[in-house]
Design a protein around this ligand. Structure first.
Ligand code: HPA
Length: 268
């Protein structure tokens, strides 16, 4: 844990109180609304030196600490993507701060394109696993042996079971599949999407995987859910754009929020 993370955690505790955080949440494009439901304190990333200047529209770069469904959470309202600056480890400090605040786990959300004809825009997909299609890794340069992180059960089986159960209790369908990380920021070509399908990908997106790797490095349990905003390139006539992603993400957001609230309620 870096000195900087300990200092920032102390700063956050001064503002938001000493009670340990149980869980971290990262909200993807167009999914920031959940932060408003947290009863707590919001701290802008600009007040947290070293936090990324999350510059992607559709994100709300603030840390919100408080209670959601009876659980003390730390919500990261914006993430930094590799494609913004070429650094795969840009979320390391925020995740170290979550860990220093006491978090035992991290729930990630994102917007993604679907490669599965049955999983359509507006649907949700729980990540059973992922493929690092980018070839990048946020732990390159980490000097300790801790860099050799096992990724066999990176997506925590107990969290996934609890999320499946939460969806069922809410009467909401929740697909499950493999997410492929493509660096972006250009979208994929149809040939790349065909390649990812052959390799076993069910959804594709430009985030989340580096955060999963960093979280596992820090010993956090992880689960992630994608909101499907479009069929992947070449799979439909629909246009693919960031505008479209932002416009479509709210379709899944309300369902996602219900599932996450139910999941949190089950942790109490
Ligand atoms: N590809 C990559 N990232 C995405 C997509 C996509 O089709 N949709 C939303 N984010």
């Amino acid at each position: 844990m870096s000195r900087n993370a300990e200092d920032l955690a102390a700063l956050v505790r001064e503002r938001a109180g000493d009670a340990p955080v149980r869980l971290g949440l990262i909200l993807g494009s167009g999914l920031g609304h959940l932060a408003d439901a947290v009863d707590g304190v919001a701290i802008d990333y600009t007040e947290l030196p070293g936090f990324p200047h999350a510059g992607v529209s559709g994100h709300n770069p603030r840390l919100v600490i408080g209670t959601l469904s009876g659980v003390r959470v730390a919500v990261l309202g914006g993430r930094s993507h590799y494609y913004e600056h070429g650094r795969a480890d840009a979320m390391r400090l925020p995740l170290e701060v979550l860990k220093a605040l006491g978090a035992e786990g991290l729930i990630l959300t994102n917007a993604a394109g679907s490669l599965s004809p049955e999983v359509r825009p507006g649907d949700l997909m729980l990540l059973s696993d992922h493929i690092n299609f980018s070839g990048l890794n946020p732990l390159i340069g980490e000097p300790t042996d801790a860099r050799f992180v096992p990724m066999t059960e990176a997506h925590d089986p107990a969290y996934r079971a609890a999320l499946r159960a939460a969806a069922q209790e809410e009467g909401l369908p929740l697909a499950e599949g493999v997410y492929a990380w493509y660096s972006g920021p250009s979208f994929e070509t149809p040939a790349e999407i065909r390649a990812i399908r052959i390799l076993g990908g069910d959804a594709v997106g430009m985030s989340t995987v580096p955060e999963v790797i960093l979280a596992r490095f820090l010993g956090l349990r992880v689960a992630a859910i994608s909101t499907i905003t479009n069929m992947a390139a070449g799979m439909s006539d629909e246009n693919i754009s960031h505008e479209h992603t932002k416009a479509m993400a709210p379709l899944g957001a309300v369902k996602l929020e219900r599932i996450l609230m139910r999941f949190l309620g089950g942790l109490v």
